[in-house]
Design a protein around this ligand. Structure first.
Ligand code: ATP
Ligand code: MG
Length: 261
């Protein structure tokens, strides 16, 4: 059965996109058919996998959602690209998505468009990962309504239990009103090897509060993360022996084990 995982954190720069790319790449190495949906007008995920986002007439997630809004039927896989170096499918985004999001104000159906789109794609993929923007706005709401589960990368240097609680509150609200089967895939602690006291306390409190919902794997710092995305590939592809790449491989094992439970 297809699993749809939204990667969410309203804080910027906590490795949502890097995690989407590398978990996606890791699952693809386990022969899963993986689709990554870029749901951020910054287009970082698309570029990080070597996909163009600014070609004239480029079909992006904004167009897919616009078609759903207007009831225009197209081939469900229209516009889906293949990563430059890897066997991963990508639905790209560019800044038109932000204008589209603004245009949806007052549209009562707006939270459901991504769900409708994703449901047309379940038959083609084993895993669909949705990379959200740093906000809990309407697009992230769409991701929570469309997803089966939520993965929350957290950098405990700047973000502790309260920050995660805001996301969990948003999830609970969506569960109650729009998507009863939504679950927490897990919280991923990022950049473990910086050793500030605040960070260690926050990480410890997260484990106390969320227990087994915090992945065992913590993601260390590596300058190779940005090098890989500048080359348009996952770190797993670029440098599989790197310590961060190995951490992502072990995170992928945990995600696969979650799926078996
Ligand atoms: N473990 C890591 N070690 C060092 N640098 C990292 C690590 N993970 C990600 N980065 C780098 O940190 C920056 C932010 O990461 P990323 O874009 O994945 O975060 P994000 O949460 O998606 O950001 P945004 O909220 O803007 O979408 C990028 O330059 C990325 O290459
Ligand atoms: Mg991002």
């Amino acid at each position: 059965m297809t699993k749809v995982i939204a990667i969410v954190n309203q804080k910027g720069g906590v490795a949502k996109t890097t995690t989407a790319i590398n978990v996606g790449a890791g699952l693809a190495k386990h022969n899963k058919r993986v689709l990554l949906i870029d749901l951020d007008g910054q287009g970082n995920l698309s570029r990080g996998l070597g996909c163009k986002t600014k070609a004239r007439n480029q079909f992006t997630i904004r167009d897919a959602l616009l078609n759903i809004q207007k009831g225009i039927l197209t081939n469900p896989t229209k516009g889906i690209l293949t990563a430059r170096y890897e066997k991963i499918s990508v639905m790209p985004a560019n800044k038109q998505l932000d204008a589209f999001e603004h245009s949806l104000k007052g549209d009562l159906d707006a939270p459901f468009y991504l769900r409708r789109y994703v449901n047309t794609l379940r038959q083609y993929f084993d895993v669909i990962l949705i990379d959200c923007s740093p906000s809990l706005g309407l697009m992230t709401l769409n991701a929570l309504v469309a997803a089966d589960s939520v993965m929350i990368p957290v950098d405990p240097e700047f973000f502790g239990v309260e920050g995660v609680e805001q996301i969990v509150a948003a999830m609970t609200d969506v569960q109650r009103k729009m998507n009863p089967s939504l679950s927490l895939e897990g919280i991923v602690i990022v950049r473990r090897n910086d050793i500030s006291i605040a960070k260690r306390t926050n990480a410890k409190n997260l484990r106390l509060r969320y227990g087994s919902k915090v992945f065992q794997t913590e993601l260390p710092t590596s300058v190779k993360a940005s090098e890989a995305s500048a080359r348009g590939m996952s770190l797993l592809e670029y440098m599989s022996w790197n310590h961060l790449a190995r951490a992502y491989a072990s995170l992928v094992e945990e995600v696969l084990a979650n799926g078996r439970n």
